[in-house]
Write a protein that binds this ligand. Structure first.
Ligand code: GAR
Length: 218
């Protein structure tokens, strides 16, 4: 196997998706390793989880900077110092400027708890329930400047049940997220998934576009 890709994970809170990536990377044949975790929120519980697992974890508090660009300068420098190949946004709730997004173009992933392009942004589950959709889910995509948009690597669908509260739906989607993100990162880190003309193509089967929908519905 070629050298494991060095992944930097960006978080803002709980860090459960980060933990699922750390867990996946602990397997010796996984094509990535979590080399650094960075939070823009100093007391994010995820930082503690990463540190307990022996992963370098840094807080870069965006509130300490006069502008987004100044914050991103330090973020970028920390990632480069750690020789990061790929960034995974995992509950990173900070908009990034075009400069940062372009500097890491096709090397930065995000997970969002909906079947994009539906329900970008906040209050995702509440809005999905309000809209009366029968299926929701999660999406891993390459990051572009527009929030929660960019070429889609993989999606998983879960049912929305008639009496679901936003919290119940969030918990069902989160379970799928914890499987989808390691799955999608493996495709990208191994070189299997690549962006071609703003679509993600799979190198070993270029004619197939995204066969990876909801393999986990029981
Ligand atoms: C996850 O549900 C993730 O999809 C979402 O934040 C949560 C973070 O949880 N991200 C977004 O809404 C991005 N637009 P976690 O900190 O336990 O991984």
């Amino acid at each position: 196997m070629s050298k494991a890709k060095r992944v930097g994970v960006l978080i803002s809170g709980r860090g459960s998706n980060m933990a699922s990536l750390i867990e996946a990377c602990s397997s010796s044949d996984y094509p990535a390793e979590i080399a650094h975790v960075i939070s823009n929120v100093p007391d994010a519980p995820g930082l503690e989880i990463a540190a307990r697992k022996g992963i370098p974890a840094t807080a870069i508090d965006h509130k300490g900077y006069a502008s987004r660009e100044d914050f991103e300068k330090d973020l970028d420098a920390t990632l480069r110092d750690a020789q990061i190949d790929l960034i995974c946004n995992a509950g990173f709730m900070r908009l990034l400027t075009e400069g940062f997004v372009e500097a890491w173009r096709d090397r930065q992933l995000n997970i969002h708890p909906s079947l994009l392009p539906a329900f970008k942004g906040l209050r995702t589950h509440e809005r999905a329930i309000e809209a009366g959709v029968r299926l929701s889910g999660c999406t891993v995509h390459f990051v572009r400047t527009e929030m929660d948009s960019g070429p889609i690597v993989a999606q998983a669908a879960v049912p929305v049940l008639p009496e679901d509260t936003p919290d119940e739906l969030a918990a069902r989607v989160l379970e799928a997220e914890h499987k989808l993100y390691p799955f999608a990162l493996k495709l990208v880190a191994s070189g299997e998934a690549k962006v071609v003309n703003e679509r993600v193509m799979f190198t070993s089967c270029p004619e197939v576009h995204g066969p990876y929908i909801s393999p986990w519905i029981e």
